[in-house]
Each structure stands twice: as structure tokens, then as C-alpha cells.
Design a protein around this ligand. Sequence first.
Ligand code: BLA
Length: 510
Amino acid sequence: MTEAATTDLLDCASEPIHVPGTVQSYGFLLALTLDWAITRVSANVAAFTGLPPAAWLGSIAADLIAPQALHTLRNQAAYLRETDEIHRLFAIELIAGRPPFDIAMHRSGDAIVIEAEPAMLDEREAAALVRAMLARLKHSEALPAFLRDGARHIQALTGFARVMVYRFDADGHGEVVAEALRGAGTGTPYLGLHYPAGDIPAQARALYLRSAFRIIADVASDPVPIDSLPSAASEKLDQSLSVLRAVSPVHIEYLRNMGVAASMSISIVVDGKLWGLFACHHTAPRLPSFAYRTGAELFGEMFSMMLESRLRRDAAEDEARADAAARLLVAEMEHDRGLLTNARRLGELIFDIIPAAGLAVRVDGKIWSTGAVPNPAQCSAITSWLAAETHHRMFSSAALSTVFPPAADHADTAVGLVAIPLMRGPEDYLLLFRPEQATTILWAGDPDKSDGPGTNGRLAPRQSFNAWAELVTGRSLSFTPGELVAAETIRVALLEGLYRSRGLLSPDVQ
Ligand code: BLA
């Protein structure tokens, strides 16, 4: 681990991992001006091309690169904009008389970046396999099977011994939600384990959103420096999109601590956000061919789109159920002006779509309730606080006492709350309560020990990945985004029902 890279780091997220100035050793990198003059080259270029860095630096591409290859590269470059595109070219005879290369090309500011590695000539085979896998994936039934099949297909494509689907929660913590394990020595399953957000810091997550594929082919290999012409040396090359980008030394240490020799991750992007990763490990160095890696990335993209449409379909089904319940509410309120204060009946209509243990309605200073709820004085205290603090907006919390300390007094009955304002008196609300649900989260190692200085004062990843159980108390089951949408639907229905029951709205007005 290089001292200089990490000594002045305050936290993991401030490490500038996009400008290491080094590459991994399995390929070489060239950076060119838009006039095709070579300004940077990785120090290992001679091993691949027979020409040392000095022969490349300051040359014009046409002096060294075969005419047909240059023609192809120029055509590609014309399509490269300053966006996050990475173009791939297979089996290019870059240098006359030498074996072909597989190539990734992208733009980094004013530079054209070319990264090359020896070609494997297996592009068609990889493409056919991906096509067959995508066809099969359409038949995976429920979500857990879909995730598991996705992990298995990535494993079949890349040969990694452990392939996990790792899902981020809203705070950036993650959980292994599916896993495919193969081969001797692959170790214990990680399925169900949680990892703290700091294990994949924010700037790394942001990069994985821009570039969906990351491989660390050999944890033990030394990073190779990128040499620059003096005119280019003052500025660092932004390697955000570089496929060969060398790896943060902290992360290398993390992988070593985990007993991993090669690591690969493929982004799973849903609704433009990083939903999760296929996280893959191998206990020996591993570099699938460029074509298979490209296939795995394509598979990841298609998988993401299929996942997005599955999640949308599930959400649409939830919404349809909420709409049906809301229509029933409106219809009943029209004929029964007392429904709003009939807590038991309201509960029957609402608990199906937003499971809760108790319901209270406060209307005109009075409280009606059903199930496990705080006492009337406590309910009034809650609605007074809501009126003052939330300005008649919907409110929800799985741990009310963290924002409203008096709620600790009824922690035995009600700790989670969704509050739906009724738009009558300012303190009139419908309150849905959930009891405490103590849960055990299995962390892979103590999360509090993940992001601190190591023994010599430098930031270091934790050493131990032994499962560590955290008992979470004082919280109810969380209210899901779908349940909160349903609560909003109910709010609108109650409003409509109120108007109709007073003849303020004719029944056919929507
Ligand atoms: C990157 N950390 C990563 C990546 C993963 C993890 C998947 C993406 C790169 C890769 O594929 O290896 C973490 N890997 C995991 C987790 C599991 C797994 C959670 O298999 C669970 C099964 N990491 C730390 C600390 C720091 C840190 C303390 O623990 C910072 C000081 C940093 N992690 C870190 C950095 C990267 C990273 C900087 C980016 C590496 C890169 O792309 O260069």
C-alpha cells in the first residue's frame, strides 16, 4: 500500500480514486490529443507492442499504428462525444505483424484514451451465450428466483467462484440478496449478510453509475504508472471511465482481508440510480476475455431493465389495490357520514393495504380508535406536535420517539406511525400505528469498526468479516415507499369522501 496515497485522507469518500495515474498490468493505455499525437502511455507498453514508452510519447499515431487499424479507431473516435461512452473494438491489428488487440476507447476531457489487451477471438461465442441467457431469464418467476438466476448466469459467463447480488438500501448500506457459489474453497455463503455503506464509499458508487463494469484481475499485481509528455504532466488524467484504472490501496487491503484474489462488479441500475451490484470473487487471479466481460456488462444492463420493469409492475399492482380500497372508502363515506369516526370499519378497509396494529382518528378534538394505540391524551399530544411541526403534510416514521421524545411513553404499544392529515381542523389526523419489531441484522463484521484509522494512523478497512449480530430495537417495521403512496391515495379518498358526504361534490365528479 502506498503511503502517499492515503496518509492525508480524512475519510474513504474523499479518496480521489478517479486519478490514480496508474493502470492494472493486464493491458496498456495510450492517451492522444484530438490531433492524434500521443501524450501519455503506460510504462508496460513494450511488453505488449515491443516498443518502449519513449517510442510512443510525442509520436503521431500514424507513425506507429497500422493504417487499417488507425482508420477504424478514427471512425470510432468520430462518434465518441464528451459523454460517458466507452466503445469496444475486437481483434484490431494495431501494429503491423503483431497479434491483434481487443480495445476500449473513450474520451477524457480533451484526450482520446485507448486501452488495449491481447485479443482472444471469442466475440461471437460470448454474444451467443448472452443472447441465450437473456431469453432464459425472461422465464424466472418470482423476484428471488430472478435475482438468483441472474447471479448464476453471470457466473456461467465469467467463471467467478462467488457471484452475489448486492443491494443498496437508502443509506448506502448493502445486503447480499442472492448468491451463486461454485468450486472447492469458495467458503461460507454470504447470503443475507449486511455490509456498512463505507465498504463501497460514495465516490466509488458514483463511478459505478457512470461506468457499469469494474474488474480487479489480480489483487497482488503491482500498478503500472502512466508516463506523460512534460506538456501533459501537470494535469492528471481523469480515469473515471478507464477500464484498466488501478485500484484504491485501501480496497486492495480490504479484498486481501476477505481472502479474495480477483474481484469484479457489474452495476445494477434502476430508475437511474445504483440499485445494487453483481459482486464477484475469485480466490485466484481471474481475467475473463474482453468479449466475455463485455457480454457480462451487456447482461447486467438488460438484467437492470428487466428488474426495473418487474419492480414497476409490482408497484403498479400495489397501487391498483390501494385505488380499489380508496374507491370503497369514498363509496362508503357517501352513504355513511359517520364512517370517518368508525375506527373499526376504517381499520378493516385500510389495514389490508397498510398493515398496522392500531388506528386512531382525531376529529374536532375527539379521538376514536381501534387496536393497539396510545391513550387519547397521548394521541392528542402527537397530533398537536404534527400540526406544529409538519404543517399538515403526511408524516411517517418507524421510530417516532427519535423525533418526538414523548412517544417513548408508549413504546410498549406503538412506535411506528403514518399520519394522514384530514384537512378539517388543523389537528385532525388519521393515525396508523405499528408496534415495535425487534430485528437482528447480521453484519459481516462490526459496522462501527469499518471506517477508522488503522494501526499506523492511516485509513484501513476492517480485518474481520465474522458475522456480527446487531439487535435493532425501538423501531417498527418500516413503511415502504409503496405503503406511503397508498397512504397518499387514502388521504385523497378521505378528502373526496368528506366533500361528497356533504353534497359538495356530485358523485360523478372525479
Ligand atoms: C470498492 N468495495 C468496492 C467494491 C465492492 C466493495 C464490491 C467494488 C469493486 C470490486 O468489485 O471489488 C465491497 N465487496 C464489497 C462488499 C462485498 C464485496 C461489501 O464482495 C460483500 C460481499 N472500503 C473499505 C474502506 C474503504 C473502502 C474502509 O472498507 C475506504 C477507506 C474503499 N471500496 C473502497 C474503494 C473502492 C471500493 C475506494 C473503489 C475501488 C475502485 O473501483 O477503485
